[in-house]
Design a protein around this ligand. Sequence first.
Ligand code: SAM
Length: 288
Amino acid sequence: MTDVQGRPATGILYVVATPIGNLEDITHRAIRVLGEVDLVAAEDTRHSRKLFARFGIQKPLLSYHDHNERQRQEVLLARLRGGEDIALISDAGTPCIADPGYRLIAACRDAGIVVTPVPGPSALITALSAAGVSTERFVFEGYLPQRAKARADLLRQLVGEPRTLVFYEAPHRLAATLADLAAIMGGDRQLVVARELTKLHEEFFRGTTAEAIDRFEREPARGELVLVLPPAKQGPQMNVRDALRKLLNDSDLSRREAVKMIAKEYGLPSSDVYRESLSLIKEEAQDE
Ligand code: SAM
């Protein structure tokens, strides 16, 4: 439905990307749209006020986040139906990419309200663009599950993934994730830790999972992180689980000795390899 000038009678929802660090990365169009809409739905209004102050944008902000999205949806839909234009932004980067928004967008589309993207930065694409790994095909897994078992189960499913893998990770969980990656995908699996992208302390660490464990043990990671894993090299390399299974089946070593040997070979803490051996026993018990 359009009005006499051909504009939709309802408002438009703009999905606007904002910088992930460096404020110069905002687009001209994003500044214009944010300055023209009637209302901006933002994840954290205090955070967005700082961005607005930098660009002289004065617009009413309404919070829209994981904990209030259902109730806010009704308010935002009503205002869009009433003809107001609204911009949706998140704290950083592109809304809906590991950020809230898709439910509101789906509801708008169901209601026939125009939704239009205003593209810009996203940590995922920024990391991939400069990591120096194959980007022909990739899989974005978002944040890994926090629970150790769920995380390990997912990583096991991804061991043979032929596409580049991308994860978001929080710095306080990096050590646990690197240990799991090394235990499940191998201490020699290549990865890139892209840190503080577009900011003062931007860094691309490139190396094996074992080298990453060593580096971030000596100097714990700070700030925001994206992990990028190019596909595993084809060849005889075995992950820790398979190496353990083979050693236990083919030798007279006790479980303890096998764990110790594999931990040494892969440069991993024995406790991680021991955990892997327990999960192996469980798997074998289920198969019987
Ligand atoms: N919507 C955002 C986007 O488009 O990238 C992502 C939001 S998600 C809640 C936040 C996560 O993105 C961080 O924990 C980190 O993994 C990643 N991230 C955001 N900014 C980053 C940066 N400057 N450098 C590295 N990673 C970043």
